[in-house]
Design a protein around this ligand. Structure first.
Ligand code: ZN
Length: 209
């Protein structure tokens, strides 16, 4: 941890858990970073120990749907059932209700926001995007992508399974810290910015309007 951070940024990992979760958790422990993990329900069913390890390490867990479906074509009931099923898996393994959702593929529709509102869930987007899911993006590109768009109140998007993401992580964290950033979870970012996230509203950046 650093003493005099004058900027805050949230770190998020999508699409886990999977067989590599333990490696990522070890790196985050070494770096003393608590992040937010947006997990998929079906992955929690496949890797319950990994999901529990994320929660036990003090990271925050958000809802990233049950099966990472493209939601634009789904009606409200189908969207609700999908997020609710994922929430059930998260609660079963961690004992805690996820505080917000992240929509797969950013496929926002009116129905998605209505469901989020009815579930009393803020929607967390992102605006500092590593693009680590792209084949052509390597470790150095991930570092560049994140550092080029880092900002106070920003939300960094990375993904769990990639080796290159794990390799980029210490470089990103150390560079951001040397620029005066504290790297924290989404919930802590909201708290430290004195923001109450509203249900059914999407936040790409956490900053007072
Ligand atoms: Zn995803």
């Amino acid at each position: 941890m650093i003493d005099k951070a004058d900027k805050l940024i949230a770190l998020t990992f999508d699409d886990g858990p999977d067989s590599t979760t333990g490696k990522l958790l070890a790196i985050l422990k070494e770096l003393q970073v608590c992040a937010t993990f947006f997990l998929c329900g079906e992955h929690i069913r496949s890797f319950p120990n990994e999901a529990k390890a994320i929660a036990d390490a003090g990271h925050e867990i958000g809802n990233h749907s049950y099966d990472h479906v493209y939601m634009n074509e789904l009606d409200e009931e189908a969207i609700y059932k999908n997020f609710d099923r994922a929430e059930g898996a998260i609660v079963e393994v961690t004992g805690k209700k996820p505080p917000f959702i992240r929509v797969p593929y950013v496929s926002y529709s009116e129905a998605v926001f209505k469901v989020a509102k009815n579930m009393n869930m803020p929607v967390v987007g992102c605006d500092v995007i590593g693009r680590d899911w792209e084949e052509a993006v390597d470790e150095a590109n991930i570092v560049e992508n994140v550092l080029a768009s880092a900002k106070d109140g920003g939300v960094i998007l990375l993904h769990e399974p990639h080796e290159k993401t794990r390799a980029a992580l210490p470089v990103i964290v150390n560079a951001l810290r040397s620029r005066g950033y504290a790297i924290i979870s989404v919930g802590d970012l909201a708290k430290q910015k004195h923001m109450t996230l509203q249900a059914g509203v999407c936040y790409n950046v956490l900053a007072e309007m």
